[in-house]
Design a protein. Sequence first.
Lengths: 426, 257
Amino acid sequence: MEAPSETKAAERSAASGVHAATGLSRLHVEKIAEQAALGAVYDKYRFESFSRLLQLPFPTAGHELWRQTKPEQFAFEKLLSAEALHFALLCWPEKHPCRQKNDVVFSQDTALFTRLLNEIWHGLDGDIKCNPIMLLHSSLVSTACVVQVKKGALLKDALCLSSMMQSEVGAAVPYAIVELEPGSNVTIVDDLDFKEPLFLFPRLEFLIRANACLNFISIQRLGSGSTYLARHRFHLRRDASLRAFHLSLGASLARLDYDCRLYEPGAAAELCALYLADGQRHVDFHPLQEHLAPHCSSNLLCKGVLRDQARGVYYGLIRVAEAAQKTDAYQKNKNLLLSPRAHVDSIPNLEIRANDVKCSHGATAGRVSADELFYLMTRGLSHAQAEQLLVEGFFEDVMAKIADATIHEYVRRLVWERVNHGTDGW
Amino acid sequence: MTNRILEINDLYGGIEGRQILNGISLGIAAGELHAIMGPNGSGKSTLANILAGHPGYSVTSGEVLFEGVDLLSLKPDERARRGLFLAFQYPLEIPGVSIINFLRTAFNTRRTEEIPVLEFRRLLYEKMDMLQMDRSFATRFVNEGFSGGEKKRNEILQMAVLQPKLAVLDETDSGLDIDALKIVAQGVNRIMQNSNPKPAVLVITHYNRILDYLKPDVVHVLQGGKIMLSGGSELALQLEEKGYDSIIEEKGTAVAH
């Protein structure tokens, strides 16, 4: 229905050189390119992205993937003044510089950056060329970094990609590319805890080579007033293994697209996510499990707790290509609503073109059981304590999937602090 | 009379507008064990739920005093912290919450200072050993995947840990095989003997089998939401031999007068 007007807007954009939906002009892009100074190769893709962005319709609220979280909720114009961040690769949790220098390359090494960019643009899925949000991101990138874990390296320390945030940064558009060379094994923690209001628009790209193993924990606990519009992309090769866990606690508006693509046989992904939202927060999680080769498995478990007038959106998709026989893919989303005005839209989807697969999905939303509350209260727990215990219990199976004891405790403490904040709201 | 833990006076109440209790009066002192027996639908579970404060049940008139305090004005958790305990007829499953975590939280609600984790684990293991529960139950999720007997034993474990002043056991005996029944009943006896001050226990049942192991001081016969008859432990035997109707017919009027 809205296609004609979208197309018209795109035509207008193309003619004027200004992107109608965001106000982004070629002049802005040139200025950002100069500030970011990512080199000629990146800028070639940056300007290509901008040209493509101008040609394409930008999502509107009528778009299938933008029906629940609407594009106009995002103040895209803030991104026009996105500032550079300084990335540092540190050990986690101590935050000292990484010692295993021979095993990890952290640089803006032009040759490596160029090789990976070319692969991302030409050797992977075509999304990057036709998804307007990704094109907008590519046009706006204000900081970029590359991490390479060397072939066969087994890193004992967890790493964190820390971005030093100058105070009063209004917006940032970081881009990180992480390559795990064949047979390498690493744990990476991404803990976003800036408290100042901010529009953060990051993209993380993980290239997980044959038989490599990535354990990735991302924690979003931005301050209220912040907007988070992120995309994590995982690209798995033969026998690669991914364990990813996302915890969403902060920001007033948060949308995360979580793209997991299994390109070659034997790849396996275990994905977990938790979100807690209170007040007027809006949290949106869009996981994709795309199977492109036979004998791969992916399993996603996502749980959310919403209270007050918080709004949750889950839009999950398992897509299985015709070639991806013997796929094993599951996704489950469960929500617990702690107030009558909290709301969640949970939409799981399957798109299966192969005929010999095991796939299933499920979604539930429910309230705390009055009988369970009563049972706990007859043992002396107050209503609030009983509710807290039930919320903790609700999260337990997801928590149990974090194998590393230090990370497990860290995540548990963050969740506990949030849940335990009492009935006055989180 | 003054050492009565619980005093129920002319209690009327029910669920969803249906009146089930029709004037119950009853008093229990510390250290006493009373049994309430009655056929299905006589109001036994309604009484238990009203005592514990289930929000689905309502009281239309009458009063309940717990150590002299108006029990009905208190929330379920306040009743529990003052020392009331209900062993559920159908204990609930709480997924993701371990027994040890749940019981330590409950235990701490009765204290100003939290009990150290190790000390609590010792206490819990001691009670589990008494009830012949495998210690691995401590970290299992509350009642999830438990057999009927394990659930009931878990209720008595909670009673043993929380040390109530009054325990109401709502059909704790039903669905138990004879071995489980013995363990549960012995557990209750032990808790009564070892506690100081001794708790009062109100056993609600419609079989007298559990009374082979628990010696009631008083047996009450409930029918139609009213206590028709009260007597010593011999009453339970007579009930079994002759049935509720004939006993009530035979003795009811005499006692009532």
